[in-house]
Write a protein that binds this ligand. Structure first.
Ligand code: MG
Ligand code: ZN
Length: 376
């Protein structure tokens, strides 16, 4: 009897050891590993016309004080050519970056057969995410338009404005009053947006008490002024406001968000071969990049991708007298064109999923990768 009870005790002890051991192993298996969290939010930042030399010139003019851009953990390059031209315009490039489709210059959100192609903001919307665009030209201008509309010609901004009304976009901040309320068909789209639940304003200050929901800012008839002509901090401030509202809306929907922020006027200054203007616009864009990177630091699961749609001005930094003696004649800036150029442009990626962009890519690969990160 005593012997049986001793055997029984051993069996019970062994069973307990196995059970507790199993429990421990299962606990260890469920401790979260340090792998990057899945991508929940995407902030896609496009410096229109921002080539590597424009960024370099900005660094030089700042005595190499680090730009926020330089915090990027993964750097890539992208090929910018369009379906019908080695030199892209902002519409074809915008469509490539938004929808992952090469198309003809001038096309907004349609392919070479003029058929609509779904853009990454619409994908996000379809997945139940909050979405928005921020720009300093009209929100109907080529780059932001490519994330909202589908028209055969970039010049059809009245129609693009109407497509904002037809979308489910949460926030759109920029210029473009003319295309919403001074239209050829005399429709008042601002009133219609208000009926649909949007808080509409002509300034950021007008949204001071708005912290969630749907909102639009049309802060100029067409584009806002350039930095040199007094735009001040609209772009970084609008980025902060968009992130605040999108964060609240995404939380309410138990989802994430997609935001496109454009440094719209780097391009315009480069078309004018105005180096001082290019530098001022890049510093302004970089202030918005800092806000996005800081957001990613405090909100795990946020991916920030910063790139350009093409290079503008063919900017080079040269020493024309062939003397490499820095003390003699350091350098000069030279624009080779008043148009766009065909060189590759940089990609700076930060946060969740950023490593996927550390390659030589087609412009069309960028939204394709974003889509796979959101849906995998
Ligand atoms: Mg643009
Ligand atoms: Zn341009």
């Amino acid at each position: 009897m005593k012997k049986i009870s001793k055997t029984l005790r051993t069996v019970i002890e062994c069973t307990l050891v196995v059970l507790i051991g199993g429990l421990l192993i299962s606990l260890i298996n469920h401790i979260p590993t340090e792998k990057e969290p899945e991508v929940k939010n995407i902030i896609f930042m496009i410096g229109d016309g921002m080539g590597i030399s424009h960024i370099t010139a900005t660094m030089i003019e700042q005595d190499y004080a680090p730009l926020a851009l330089e915090r990027a953990e993964y750097i890539g390059l992208q090929k910018t050519y369009s379906a019908n031209n080695l030199i892209t315009d902002s519409a074809a490039a915008g469509t490539a970056l938004a929808a992952g489709t090469k198309t003809y210059n001038g096309a907004i959100g349609v392919d070479s057969d003029k058929q609509p192609v779904e853009n990454i903001r619409e994908v996000a919307e379809r997945l139940g995410m909050a979405t928005g665009v921020v720009a300093t030209y009209a929100v109907t201008h080529a780059t932001p338009a490519s994330f909202v509309g589908h028209v055969e010609s970039r010049h059809d901004q009245d129609r693009i404005a109407k497509q904002f009304l037809d979308s489910d976009i949460d926030v759109f901040f920029g210029g473009g009053q003319k295309f919403f309320s001074q239209r050829a068909d005399s429709l008042d789209l601002v009133a219609k947006l208000q009926e649909k639940g949007y808080t509409m304003s002509t300034s950021l200050e007008g949204l001071a008490d708005v912290h969630s929901g749907k909102a639009g800012i049309l802060a100029a008839r067409k584009g806002l002024p350039s930095i040199l002509k007094g735009r001040d901090t609209f772009l970084p401030d609008a980025t902060t406001k968009a992130l605040e509202i999108l964060t609240a809306n995404a939380k309410a929907a138990k989802s994430g968000f997609f935001l496109m922020v454009e440094g719209s006027q780097i391009d315009g200054e480069a078309h004018g071969n105005n180096l001082e203007g290019v530098v001022a616009e890049i510093l302004d864009f970089d202030a918005a990049v800092k806000i996005a990177f800081d957001y990613a630091d405090t909100h795990p699961g946020t991916l920030v991708v910063v790139t350009a749609d093409h290079e503008t001005g063919g900017l080079t930094i040269i020493n024309n007298n062939n003397r490499f003696d820095v003390a003699q004649n350091p350098y000069e800036y030279h624009f080779s064109t008043g148009g766009h150029s065909g060189g590759m442009v940089p990609i700076f990626a930060y946060g969740a999923g950023a490593d996927a962009f550390s390659r030589v890519l087609e412009n069309t690969d960028i939204p394709t990768i974003m889509k796979s990160l959101l849906t995998e």
